[in-house]
Design a binder for this molecule. Structure first.
Ligand SMILES: [Fe+2]
Ligand SMILES: [Fe+2]
Length: 251
């Protein structure tokens, strides 16, 4: 089999502080990723929000203690739970900007904060569109990835829709024009993929929350990028892995 060019460890919705979420379990998964990094090419850790339950300082601190010192590139953006109690200020203290841009020889990733203080609904906002467009237009030879907390398209088996990104139509139109390959997000706590035009919309499950909305268990995702394709492998809390999806990549 062709060797992969890059592996993204994608996790979301850790919810430190929520009843039943154990910091030891989070530490155990990060330890696993640190061991696994030697077996994969060019690893990156992407965390798409809801690090905490209520955006409280002690929750951010506990989360930070676990990821601090991890020696692979890490991209973290906040989710709606992190923006409770004006948690955005704490987030920035620990993890820097709420918007992140990352590029290497394989990928170009624009990660946006789609949350707002004390509002569970998702929002990207027109003010960001030209920056996103400029970023991707400079990266047309790379795998182009947009990451955020909220979903752009409703996810099945997650109940009635009430906090999809408010401007999702315009954002999807923009990303399509930018030839974006994939959108990576969390929030719904259930793994799911849509193929929309030529774009993959991947919703990873919750890493540790008990609110799994009927999904089998808590998971994170290994996204292996090959020269012309990509595969998504989900790994559950007990260490079981299964291929969730694969797709061609076109440039
Ligand atoms: Fe969540
Ligand atoms: Fe969320």
């Amino acid at each position: 089999m062709t060797e992969s060019r890059k592996t993204i460890f994608h996790m979301s919705d850790i919810h430190i502080g929520e009843a039943g979420v154990r910091i030891e379990d989070f530490r155990h998964i990060i330890d696993y990723i640190e061991k696994k990094e030697n077996e994969v090419t060019n690893p990156l850790l992407l965390i798409t929000g809801d690090l905490t339950s209520d955006g409280l300082p002690e929750e951010f601190e506990a989360f930070h203690d676990v990821v601090d010192g991890i020696d692979i590139p890490t991209i973290i953006v906040p989710g709606n739970h992190d923006e409770r109690n004006y948690g955005a200020a704490r987030f920035e203290e620990f993890f820097g900007s709420r918007f992140k841009r990352f590029e290497d020889e394989v990928v170009a990733i624009y990660a946006a904060d789609s949350a707002e203080p004390d509002n569970d609904a998702g929002h990207v906002g027109r003010a960001m569109y030209s920056e996103i467009e400029d970023f991707f237009s400079e990266a047309q030879d790379k795998v182009r990835i947009f990451a955020l907390h909220h979903h752009l398209v409703p996810v099945p088996h997650t109940g009635r829709e009430f906090n999809v990104v408010e401007d999702s139509g315009d954002v999807l139109g923009l990303l399509t024009e930018c030839n974006c390959h994939m959108v990576l997000n969390g929030h719904r706590h259930v793994p799911w993929m849509w193929h929309l035009n030529d774009m993959l919309l991947y919703n990873t499950g919750t890493l540790l929350s008990r609110r799994i909305r009927g999904a089998i268990t808590q998971v994170h995702t290994h996204i292996n990028i090959y020269p012309d394709s990509v595969e998504f492998i989900i790994r559950d809390k007990l260490g079981n892995e299964k291929k969730f999806a694969e797709s061609d990549l076109t440039f």
